[in-house]
Design a protein around this ligand. Sequence first.
Ligand code: ATR
Length: 275
Amino acid sequence: MDHYAVFGHPVAHSRSPWIHARFAAATGVSLRYRRIDAAPACFEIAVRAFFAGGGHGANVTLPHKHAACALADVVLPRARGAGAVNTLTALPDGRIAGDNTDGTGLVVDLVDNHGVGLAGRRVLLIGAGGAAAGVLDALLATRPAVLCVVNRTPERARALATARDAARIDAGGFELLERVPAFDVVINATAASLDGKTPPVPAHCIAAHSVCYDLAYAAGGTAFNAWAHAQGAAQVLQGTGMLVEQAAESFRLWRGVRPPTAEIRTRLDRLLDAG
Ligand code: ATR
C-alpha cells in the first residue's frame, strides 16, 4: 500500500486525510494517508525519515511551506514562484520534488466549479503573506485586465509585485483603492478572517456583479464573507473548494489521475456546517 502524509504543526485539524481517503475510494486505489505533527526544529528530519521509510508523497501545511521549499531537491516552477511548497513527491531516483498546488486549486475552484471568469477582468487580491504569494502566479496566468494587490504593510505587496512582472500588478496599501472602479473578483488572502476581522476595503470596490472569495473558511462563512454579503456582492465564496481542489491536484501529481471533486466538496461543506 502506498504511503502519504500531511506535515503540519499543529496538524490535528487537517482535513487532508479525510479528503484523500475519498479520492482513493473514488479512483479505486488503496492508500494510507496520515497526519504527522512535526515542530519546526524536527520538520526536515521527519520528512526525510518519512521518505526514507518508503513514503510516496506528502502535503505540507503551516508553518512548514517555506522549509519544504528549502529541503526539496527539485523545486517546480509553481513552487519556486510562491517560494513555498505544499506537495512533496518521491522521485524514482530517490530525490524529493516540491510543487505548489494552492494557486491551481483556487483558479480551478473559481473558474471550473463556480464559472467565475478571470481573463480580462478586474481582480483584487488582498494580502501579501504566504497565502497571497501562493496564488499570485496562478492568478496572473489567467490574464486578468487588472490585478491589484493591496496589503496592510504596503512594502510587502510591492515586494510581491517586484518579484514578478511588476508592470502587470498594481501593488500598495489600501489607499490604492480610494479612487478605483469596482472589481469583478475580490480575493481575501489575509489572515484577518482567522481573528473574525475584515480588511479595510472601501465599499465602492464591490459592485452588484462582484464575486468575493475568502481563501479561509469557517462554519457559516467567514467575517469577510459576511462583509461581502452586506456589500451586495453577486457571489460570496470561501476556501473549502480551493482546499479540495489543491488536494486533487496533489493527488494527480502522485497518482497521475485527477479525482472527481464535486461530491467531496459538498460533503466537506456539510461537515463544516455540522461543526
Ligand atoms: P499567511 O501565510 O496566512 O498569508 P502571513 O504570511 O503571516 O500568513 O500573512 C498574513 C497576511 O494577512 C498579511 O498580508 C497580513 O498583513 P501584514 O503583511 O500587514 O501583516 C494580513 N493580515 C493579518 N491580519 C490582518 C488584518 N487584521 N487586517 C488586514 N490584513 C491582515
